[in-house]
Design a protein around this ligand. Structure first.
Ligand SMILES: [Zn+2]
Length: 568
């Protein structure tokens, strides 16, 4: 980066200096080319001016409105959520951005269904001698019928398939060609343990380890059901989490022709132990066997006999999408995308006291950042070469549903979107000295991210828990799985004037007392410096990606590389 840009960025980082230290003197020296990388930062003056105009108080104002009690917790498909979508669409219109939703509007309709398991659902294990055991809902198992029918019957053999993974790039196949059509598959969560980075990402979790993959793969292979064995250390969360996120109504995208399971279930470890022993097998031995590449599926002598009943409630919600057309005739058909989910958990009417899940941090902050970035792009004196898309998505808290739908119904083909930058839950804690960009290192854009972080004087904070697979739990992942290089930007732990322990304590307090609770409220007096800082950082990255000669790609061998090049 040249001296002038450093001076400007220094001014951006220390806003008081903007007033007192004019950058004119630095302009008199000839700009030095960036010495460190071939990407580097080549932002033109118009982009620097635009990012300088990003204001913390604009972001705060959006947060204040979106987390107001009047918005009723922005529930997906509920009035408050719809008002939030209209508010964001209105902002996009005021900035002069073009609509990129359905039929020339800013809204993209996302058809969904809510499924509530019926009280008369029966989930029964039948052994070869005919003895039947009814499992207790929530205590011993949870199960949803993903076929979106009011009633389904399952009566099928159970086959243990280890981790239930077929991953050609790691030379791993738990199925070994076995036809599992019409079967119920019993499997482990997570993936074969390894320290080898080239094997399922070493200690880090890849998508193959997530429960969502296991269900999808089982359905693709024609199984009628899949039962995941819950082991706390393997799932990295206790049974209570499984239980809480699998009770009551659960939302799904409306059927789209993809195969679905009649029974997508979890069982407690103790139930799995019994299930194996009544087939004359040992759970621990079976778990050990699954860690070998030579593992073969093991048919059990026990069948699943299930009568699934469900209340099926169709509803809809909307993603909000706008575009700033690019300035280059050659590249404006390609784009860079910004995303942030606007939905939260709504209201829980039966709860005494404050029962509105305002979601100020999660994710009114990300929406505020998205809108502020959109505003300054629209007002910039110059346009980046590629088009810039802004998508505020719905249904994140229901399982990344809005972004999944967006990934399957993009305004331009996935291969033409160079990069997605996502914001989720960026708490206003002051002047951050770090950024988190988990997943960026998997893309060819990483050198640019590193150079930019250096320009902004940010240390890049590594993912503290790669084994927990956080990368797969936020909206950028929905775009990654259709091949688009994507990651979230957040603020790290270390803030100016505080030590790391302070940052960690803030995290702990938030996670314990406010995360996904009605107390995630707006309070005046919080310091939005960090929100503005990560907005500027993301603006700079997006502009740079939009102007590069080539679109961003995944690094060789990455699990999303295949999706990126599926259409080549
Ligand atoms: Zn969120």
């Amino acid at each position: 980066m040249n001296i002038r840009t450093i001076a400007v960025l220094a001014a951006v980082l220390f806003p008081i200096a903007v007033i007192s230290a004019p950058v004119v003197s630095a302009q008199q020296k000839p700009p030095k080319p960036h010495a460190e990388s071939r990407f580097g930062s080549h932002l033109p003056p118009a982009a620097i001016a635009a990012l300088q105009s990003i204001r913390p108080d604009s972001i705060e104002t959006h947060v204040r409105f979106l987390s107001h009690d009047l918005l009723e917790g922005r529930g997906t498909g509920q009035r408050g959520g719809d008002i939030a979508a209209e508010y964001i669409a209105t902002q996009f219109a005021l900035y002069g951005l073009r609509p990129a939703g359905d039929n020339g509007s800013y809204l993209q309709k996302v058809p969904m269904v809510g499924i509530t398991p019926g009280g008369d659902t029966r989930f029964t294990l039948v052994s070869s001698n005919g003895s039947a055991t009814d499992l207790k809902p929530l205590d011993e198992y949870v199960a949803y019928d993903q076929t979106q029918q009011p009633e389904s019957k399952v009566d099928a053999d159970i086959v243990y398939v280890g981790y239930g993974i077929e991953a050609p790039e790691y030379n791993w196949d738990d199925y070994k060609g076995l036809d599992v059509k019409g079967k119920v598959l019993l499997m482990l969560v997570n993936e074969p343990p390894s320290d080898d980075l080239k094997f399922f990402g070493g200690k880090a979790l890849t998508y193959y380890g997530r429960w969502t993959y296991k269900y999808e793969e089982a359905a693709r292979k024609g199984a009628v059901g899949a039962i995941l064995i819950h082991k706390a250390e393997m799932a990295s969360y206790p049974w209570e989490v499984v239980r809480n996120s699998n009770s009551g109504e659960k939302a799904y995208l409306k059927l789209d022709g993809n195969p679905r399971l009649k029974a997508a279930a979890w069982i407690q470890l103790s139930i799995a132990r019994n299930l194996f022993s009544s087939s004359g097998l040992d759970l621990d031995r079976m778990m050990a066997a699954a860690t070998s590449r030579d593992f073969k599926p093991v048919p059990l002598t026990v069948r699943l006999s299930a009568h699934m009943t469900s209340k099926v409630r169709p509803f809809e919600s909307n993603n909000v999408i706008a575009v700033l057309p690019g300035g280059s005739a050659l590249l404006k058909d390609e784009g860079v995308m910004y995303t942030a989910h606007y939905d939260h958990l709504g209201i829980r009417p039966d709860m005494p006291g404050d029962n509105i899940y305002n979601g100020a941090m999660d994710n009114a902050t990300g929406c505020g950042i998205l809108m502020e970035i959109a505003r300054v792009y629209a007002n910039a004196a110059q346009k980046p070469r590629r088009s810039i898309y802004f998508a505020s998505v719905t249904g994140e808290e229901q399982g990344l549903l809005g972004s999944e739908y967006l990934g399957k119904h993009l305004p331009i083909p996935a291969g033409k979107i160079s990069l997605d930058l996502n914001y989720d839950d960026v708490r206003p804690l002051g002047a951050n000295e770090e950024v988190e960009v988990t997943g960026a290192d998997r893309t060819t854009f990483y050198p640019a991210v590193q150079a930019m972080a250096q320009d902004f004087r940010f240390r890049i904070r590594p993912d503290a828990h790669p084994e927990a697979g956080h990368y797969y739990r936020s909206d950028h992942f929905s775009l990654a799985r259709v091949g688009i290089p994507a990651f979230s930007i957040n603020e790290g732990i270390k803030f100016k004037g505080h030590d790391e322990a302070w940052g960690l304590a803030q995290d702990e307090d938030y996670n314990k007392h406010h995360y996904h609770q009605p107390s995630d409220d707006y309070h005046s007096g919080m310091d939005y410096t960090s929100d503005a800082a990560v907005a500027r950082f993301g603006f700079a990255l997006g502009w740079e990606a939009a102007n590069q000669a080539r679109t961003v790609d995944w690094k060789k061998g990455d699990e999303f590389e295949r999706a990126r090049h599926a259409g080549d």
